[in-house]
Design a protein around this ligand. Structure first.
Ligand SMILES: *Cc1c(COP(=O)(O)O)cnc(C)c1O
Length: 469
């Protein structure tokens, strides 16, 4: 491929991306076609011969565009997804174009350097212990996998068992304490790590999804042997935080490792207005967080933070023969993640932190939290609409019709969500919360303004009036 051709195909991609991005704010905040229609646009047998680069790009754009979701839309409030900010996207384009294999500092010096500095910045802005090591991974799920691998190795080591040498079979059983409303991905991680349901004690939670302290202490007093505690900074429905100060103190007195799932909520620590929620979080032993949620980097991006860097390396090092000299360890990203060959995820993270700065992050997170309170206040005034949570962060749980657990309330809530998705002014989804079907509003996209929220409140109210019995 000559220079001119290469230039053309890269510009073609950039132009298609710009066209897509330009129409998002005014487009329907949802895909135009279903999965089955998207599939029929792609469905073909394996081609026998190839086609020209510009034809591939043109085909890809034509086939994919109708089925694209719009998480970067200003009125996209579904799930808990960031909006892939243009600066993060631009840095991510370069990451692909530069084509670095970021496993170690010799293979990719700048990629390793960007991670080293972005790691330091993240610890600074989140006010986590400075000795903490950071693995740049694909998201909070794999971040928890990394952290809990380090936890498993450490608590077993304290019990006199070297898991790297002896494996998990026959090891002293580890007990895991976890809140009843933990994120389902944590259970997936436990399964990867060889924990079964028999190892897990679920601690009962209050109406906001936070572990009840009496239940937690009772569970703690009731188990012996190696112990890991998993807490939440930002419950996925309510945004609520476990009481970290007390939990960390009690757990550490028992010799336990405390891991925090802070996929989006950990960012509250970067915010003068919200940091009271996350007091004591810094006393934990490990933390999982996403870049592709509140930091607005493109998918995929997450961070595994482990206070004990040695435990982190012990759990993730590929093989002893790969172990570099001690003075090089800190420079090699590959010692803190499961992969060998890997994307240079430090570049988009560095770019977003450089773009927003401490003040920009605080402004954005506070704006989202303020807009969430606006949603709750205004919708809470509408007859027949109930706000089911105290809005402490960016998550609002809404129920239509009967607020108690009835099929009518479930049905009305489902119908409102369905009509809202058909309308397309905004995107909102449903969730099951404490045995009820609810609508969840996540304000987390960089592009969302007060106007977008007012417009969305208008549509929700209109549709509720149409649906209301
Ligand atoms: C999103 C989320 C996860 C999973 O994160 P991924 O980036 O999708 O792997 C885990 N916990 C919480 C609280 C989340 O919101």
């Amino acid at each position: 491929m000559d220079d001119a051709r290469q230039r053309e195909v890269l510009l073609q991609a950039a132009e298609a991306a710009l066209r897509f991005r330009a129409q998002v704010p005014n487009a329907r905040q949802r895909p135009h076609v279903s999965y089955h229609e998207a599939l029929s646009a792609f469905a073909e047998e394996m081609p026998e011969t190839g086609v020209a680069p510009e034809d591939v790009m043109a085909e890809l754009v034509t086939r994919a565009t109708p089925g694209l979701q719009t998480p970067m839309g200003p009125r996209f409030f579904g799930w808990v997804m960031g909006g892939s900010h243009p600066v993060g996207v631009a840095a991510d384009w370069l990451t692909s174009a530069w084509g670095q294999n970021a496993w170690n500092h010799a293979a990719a010096p700048s990629a390793a350097a960007a991670e080293t500095v972005a790691a330091r910045w993240l610890l600074d802005v989140l006010r986590l212990p400075p000795e903490t090591s950071v693995g740049f991974v694909t998201g909070a799920t794999i971040a928890s996998f990394v952290c809990l691998s380090a936890a498993r190795s450490t608590v077993l080591q304290r019990a006199g068992w070297d898991v790297a040498q002896k494996g998990i079979f026959g090891a002293p059983p580890i007990t895991l304490l976890i809140g009843d409303d933990a994120h389902p991905t944590v259970y997936a991680v436990l399964q990867f790590l060889g924990f079964g349901t028999a190892n897990v004690r679920r601690v009962s939670t209050d109406e906001s999804g936070v572990m009840k302290l009496e239940a937690f202490s009772a569970a703690l007093n009731n188990c012996d042997g190696p112990l890991i505690v998993v807490t939440q900074a930002g419950q996925m429905n309510t945004g609520a935080f476990d009481q970290h100060e007390t939990i960390c103190a009690l757990a550490h007195a028992r010799g336990a490792w405390v891991h925090v799932d802070g996929a989006f909520g950990l960012w509250a620590r970067a915010c003068p207005d919200r940091q009271h929620l996350a007091v004591g979080v810094e006393q934990a032993d490990s933390w999982a967080m996403d870049g592709h949620k509140w930091l607005q980097t493109p998918f995929d991006s997450g961070y595994a933070f482990v206070r004990d860097a040695e435990a982190h390396r012990r759990a993730m090092t590929i093989a002893p023969s790969y172990l570099p000299p001690v003075d090089e360890r800190d420079r090699d990203p590959g010692h803190y993640v499961p992969e060998l060959s890997r994307r240079a995820r430090g570049f988009p993270t560095w770019a977003m932190l450089r773009h927003l700065g401490r003040a920009g992050i605080a402004e954005m997170v506070e704006r989202h939290c303020r807009l969430s309170r606006l949603f709750a206040e205004r919708l809470g005034e509408v007859p027949g609409i109930t706000i089911m949570n105290e809005v402490v962060l960016n998550q609002t749980v809404v129920r239509f019709g009967d607020a108690s657990a009835t099929e009518t309330g479930d049905d009305l809530t489902r119908r409102v969500i369905e009509r809202l998705q058909e309308d397309g002014t905004c995107f909102l989804g449903g969730a099951s919360w404490k045995g009820k079907w609810v609508m969840r509003i996540s304000v987390i996209g960089w592009a969302t303004t007060e106007d977008d929220v007012n417009r969305t409140i208008g549509v929700i109210t209109r549709i509720w009036n149409e649906v209301t019995p």
